[in-house]
Design a protein. Structure first.
Length: 681
């Protein structure tokens, strides 16, 4: 009996430990979370990259995929910026095993906007929540024109010019939320590697910060390292959406196609496209087609058509020219349906603007984040119900080669903590910007479990009078602020529940070679830096030769937690160096000066040097100097949005592997001790 009692006490302790170890409920239903794991239940249609447009008197139909014997749908919750609704009168049809169609009418009082869908389900007696962020687009009436922002080649997972593609993607989110186009279309290469689940999750997390509807198609990189169609559905299909699709937007129709890894459409899609367009031939709806590989490349008005294609060959992209049977079948479809007003593409990382048979635009946008010999950017179009498609060029004319709006002059870095009690927008600009404005909109996504009055805005640089307003957004606060955007500026805005009063730590870990040769060696310096507050802003290396009047500066680039800087070849017998770290609050720390001795080059010295095993330098204590810039804190006014009171969504959190490991280790020790004590009794 004593053993049983002690064992029960032990399990009680374990339960308490589990509560302490496991994290709180997931944040960000409007931001990222999809609820239940997709292998249990997921919303197949609509999705965040394949939203549906409805008027308020239209029925809402949701397609679910699930694993189990039975499924029930209890309620649907819809939420947008400042608005939340609940629907309980649902119908559920299971046309086949593992598939369910949930139907409901929209609340008659629902306002127009982009909504996240949350469905409360019961599968085999177990309750699950499944979420489809930003997938329902409610309109008062169908639009008579669409303003389209065109992005392509996102390439999440790569690093170019010391910038991660995911960080570069933030600027397009900010630009779109400021410009407020009707839709954003993304024509492929979502991830750099198609089997990279982490990159798809990162893309989903970031894309769900757009406040406008997004429509996506795959590119060849989304097929990279994907060995089969079933694997493609497991990766891209699960985290982004279908291969090819059609979506009716009232007076307009969007069609997405998949040109695959082979850079060409397959006959299955050609036949499907012909059948789909045939169903719209008498509707008068204006149609836009999305495909990753452009059919044509160049600028101007094309001569020829599917029956007279010779003049077109010089403009055809190579993969289409090499597959003329499919290309001509595609062009015959375009020729047969005059309501196709545009074909939008990417892939070539450059602009292209061509008018085909004087009515259908073939438009290609430069890359958003990948490498380019031109520039990175986005394009804008306006399409009207009468079939007019206006190409809004950055350049001087419709056929200007600088058609896309350039974005390389605008960098926006977002820093958050894991609980979203800190959200920082860090802007730096150069001379060329896509636009200049005094009222550039920035958004902050903050933890709503904390009262909004607990947050404070900390500002750096020339921000002395910034106001903001806030609204609810699912289980988040959405804070909106307007700031200037102009060339050659810096702007740091940090919303946080806590101040950063601790300077960073920094030390030179080691350098290589330890005995550089004067005039020949490049010295690589490895710097360790961290910050316990809001995080690091800049890490750099300062160096000088004896007698130099001042320091030379080298930016250190982060690589797997270490910051790396290089001192170029110098003719000298000695270099003095130190590392400097600056955090987001403006605190500056630097290491003691370190003297590096060079050796003279001799005739017998080799013309090239090998890199010896790095020798650690003695640990250096970081010292703190006064910030070079004044950190300004502004007291700001708030304009709360009038929103309905809502209850917290009971969404379970996913535990991390580290937490599971800690929990398992603690559990094992406690069980062992309990049994041991019980045995002694």
């Amino acid at each position: 009996m004593k053993k049983l009692t002690m064992l029960l006490i032990g399990f009680l302790i374990l339960s308490t430990l589990a509560i302490l170890v496991l994290p709180p409920e997931n944040l960000g239903l409007a931001y990222f979370d999809t609820g239940a794991p997709p292998n249990i239940v997921r919303i197949k249609d609509p999705t965040y990259c394949f939203p549906v447009m409805l008027t308020r008197n239209s029925p809402l139909n949701i397609s679910l995929e699930y694993s189990g014997q039975s499924i029930q749908a209890l309620t649907i919750k819809l939420y947008s910026v400042g608005r939340e609704y609940e629907i309980s009168n649902l119908t559920v049809i299971t046309p086949s095993s593992g598939t369910a169609l949930v139907g409901a009418g929209l609340p008659p009082e629902i306002e127009s906007g982009l909504y996240t869908i949350l469905v409360e389900t019961v599968i085999d007696g177990v309750k699950h929540h499944v979420i489809s962020p930003r997938s329902l687009w409610v309109v008062d009436e169908y639009p008579t024109s669409l303003k389209i922002m065109h992005l392509s080649d996102i390439h999440i997972g790569i690093s170019m010019d010391n910038w991660q593609a995911s960080d570069r993607y933030e600027r397009y989110i900010a630009i779109a939320n400021f410009l407020e186009p009707d839709v954003i279309v993304i024509t492929g290469d979502i991830a750099d590697v198609g089997s990279d689940v982490y990159s798809y999750k990162d893309f989903m997390r970031l894309t769900n910060k757009f406040l406008r509807p997004t429509f996506c198609i795959p590119g060849n990189h989304d097929w990279s390292q994907v060995s089969s169609l079933s694997d493609f559905y497991k990766f891209y299909g699960t985290f982004v959406g279908p291969r090819y699709w059609v979506r009716d937007l009232g007076n307009f129709v969007l069609i997405g196609l998949d040109s695959g890894y082979g850079a060409i459409l397959d006959m299955e899609q050609i036949n499907w496209l012909n059948s789909t367009l045939s169903s719209y031939s008498k509707s008068g709806k204006k149609i836009l087609i999305l495909t990753h590989y452009p059919v044509f490349r160049g600028f101007g008005t094309l001569s020829g058509d599917s029956s007279n294609y010779q003049p077109l060959l010089r403009y055809m992209y190579v993969s289409w020219r090499n597959n003329l049977d499919i290309t001509l079948a595609f062009l015959r479809i375009i020729d047969s349906y005059p309501n196709v007003v545009g074909v939008l593409s990417g892939h070539i990382h450059a602009d292209s603007t061509l008018l085909y048979v004087r009515r259908t635009w073939f438009l290609t946008v430069t890359t958003a984040n990948g490498g380019t010999g031109q520039y990175r950017g986005y394009r804008l179009y306006q399409v009207y119900v009468n079939g007019t498609l206006k190409v809004i060029n950055y350049g001087a004319s419709t056929y200007s080669e600088d058609a896309s709006y350039p974005t390389d002059g605008l960098n926006i870095r977002v820093v958050t903590d894991k609980n979203l009690t800190l959200y920082a927008n860090i802007i730096s600009t150069r001379y060329i910007l896509p636009f200049i404005t005094n009222n550039f909109t920035l958004y902050f996504f903050l933890n709503r479990t904390i009262d909004i009055q607990s947050y404070r805005l900390y500002a750096r640089y020339n921000t002395t009078n910034v106001s903001y307003e806030y609204s609810t957004y699912g289980d988040l606060w959405l804070v909106k602020s307007s700031v200037p955007l102009e060339p050659d500026m810096k702007l740091y805005l940090v919303f946080s529940t806590y101040p950063d009063e601790t300077p960073p730590s920094v030390r030179i870990a080691y350098y290589s070679p330890t005995k550089p040769i004067s005039g020949k060696s490049v010295v690589t310096v490895y710097i360790s830096a961290s910050d316990l507050g809001w995080g690091l802003d800049t890490v750099k290396l300062l160096y000088r030769k004896p007698g130099d009047p001042g320091w030379r500066e080298v930016s250190a680039q982060e690589s797997q937690g270490t910051y790396i800087a290089q001192i170029p070849q110098l003719v000298t017998n000695q270099v003095i160096m130190k590392a400097v770290a600056i955090d987001l609050a403006g605190h500056v720390s630097e290491t003691p000066e370190l003297i590096l001795d060079y050796v003279e080059s001799t005739p017998t010295s080799p013309t090239t040097t090998t890199t010896p095993t790095p020798t650690p330098t003695p640990t250096e204590t970081a010292t703190t100097t006064l910030p070079t810039e004044t950190t300004a804190t502004t007291t700001l006014t708030t304009t709360p949005a009038t929103t309905p009171t809502t209850t917290e969504h009971p969404i379970s959190a996913d535990t991390t592997l580290i937490m599971l490991a800690i929990f398992g280790a603690v559990a094992s020790v406690v069980v062992f001790l309990v049994i041991k004590i019980a045995g002694r009794k």
